[in-house]
Design a binder for this molecule. Structure first.
Ligand code: NAP
Length: 307
């Protein structure tokens, strides 16, 4: 029987592990499908406080994990396959083994949605990015392409014009899901060029481990052409990793956990941390802060329960 199990080993989960380990609660962290979370998919992180020269995303998240392990946090590889949160202690099926715990921190994150092209997947971190805030800075005076037609795509395209020489926004339809104000702002930005009814068929150049261009296709005319680009940014949405908790932890229609204030979910003893609840900020530093909040709430909850 555990005092606390933390689901997810990104910035939020690892920070919750540091705090609960230092509170002597001997946390167990279930690393999940994407150990290290989204930081493990980025390169240089320049906006996490404390690193004046920046730090590589994978190194940052590994350091936080190491810090938690130094205080006694345990890590289990694998993912939660099933959960029963209707009983006390809570029960989690981790790769076939049932784990019991008094409290739970859900820090399973939200995975960026990708197009799924093999070339795109191979070039993640080498010119392909799902985070303009994280990586835009590296594309000063470069050619950038942004994929998507929602508010995120408009916001990212606008943001990226601060760095890039030109930004092409590629959307698969002619109509936009984005709000009018965000769309208008992008339309009035002289550095943004719109390509609608257009999809990406290939990202070049896997053999160079670097983005050099894309093959595009107009879905209406069937025209296919190549375009030179240096940076390829996806803004086609995120998918919160809450599937195993569906029907138990209250989520919104998109699957994001609905916070009941602080780090609380609708189930007493179950707390949230990081992108699994946050569709707005999604930063490493806000996830770390949320991990700290969840850990403090766990401590208080256990104390109130007499443990
Ligand atoms: P979204 O609204 O779900 O838009 C996703 C976009 O990606 C859609 O245009 C969609 O095209 C496109 N897309 C999805 N899968 C695709 C695929 N496989 N290939 C090509 N295109 C694909 O997601 P979001 O823009 O991340 O926004 C999520 C939520 O956050 C929204 O509620 C949004 O308003 C909010 N948000 C607000 C702000 C703000 O107000 N500052 C900023 C960012 C986000 P289709 O339209 O054809 O489906």
């Amino acid at each position: 029987m555990r005092n606390v199990v933390i689901v997810g080993s990104g910035c939020a989960g690892n920070t919750a592990a540091i705090y609960t380990a230092r509170a002597n609660l001997k946390p167990l962290v279930i690393a999940g499908h994407e150990p290290g979370g989204q930081l493990s998919l980025t390169t240089l992180v320049e906006n996490f406080p404390g690193f004046p020269e920046g730090i590589n995303g994978p190194d940052l998240v590994e350091n936080i994990k190491q810090q938690a392990q130094n205080f006694g946090a345990e890590y289990l590889h694998g993912a939660v396959l099933d959960a029963d949160l209707s009983v006390r202690p809570f029960r989690l099926n981790v790769e076939g083994e049932w784990v019991e715990t008094r409290t739970l921190i859900v820090a399973s994150g939200a995975s960026a949605r990708w197009l799924g092209l093999p070339s795109e997947q191979k070039l993640i971190g080498h010119g392909v990015s799902s985070c303009a805030t994280c990586d835009g800075f590296f594309y000063r005076d470069k050619k950038i392409i942004v994929i998507g037609g929602g508010d995120s795509a408009m916001e990212e395209a606008n943001f990226l014009t601060r760095f890039g020489r030109e930004v092409t926004l590629v959307h698969r339809r002619a109509e936009f899901r984005a709000s009018k104000i965000m769309l208008d702002r992008a339309r009035h930005n002289p550095k943004i060029k719109f390509l609608t009814d257009t999809v990406v068929e290939e990202v070049y150049d896997v053999s160079k481990s670097l983005v050099t261009g894309v093959r595009l296709r107009n879905v209406k005319t069937g025209e296919v052409w190549d375009q030179e680009v240096d940076g390829f940014f996806l803004a086609i949405g995120h998918i919160p990793n809450t599937r195993v908790f569906r029907g138990q932890i209250e989520t919104d229609a998109d699957g994001y956990i609905i916070s009941q204030g602080g780090a609380r979910t609708n189930i007493p003893g179950v707390f949230h941390a990081g992108d699994v609840q946050d569709r707005v900020y999604r930063q490493a530093v806000t996830a770390a802060g949320a991990g700290c909040m969840a850990a403090i709430e766990v401590e208080r909850y256990l104390e109130a329960e007499g443990h």
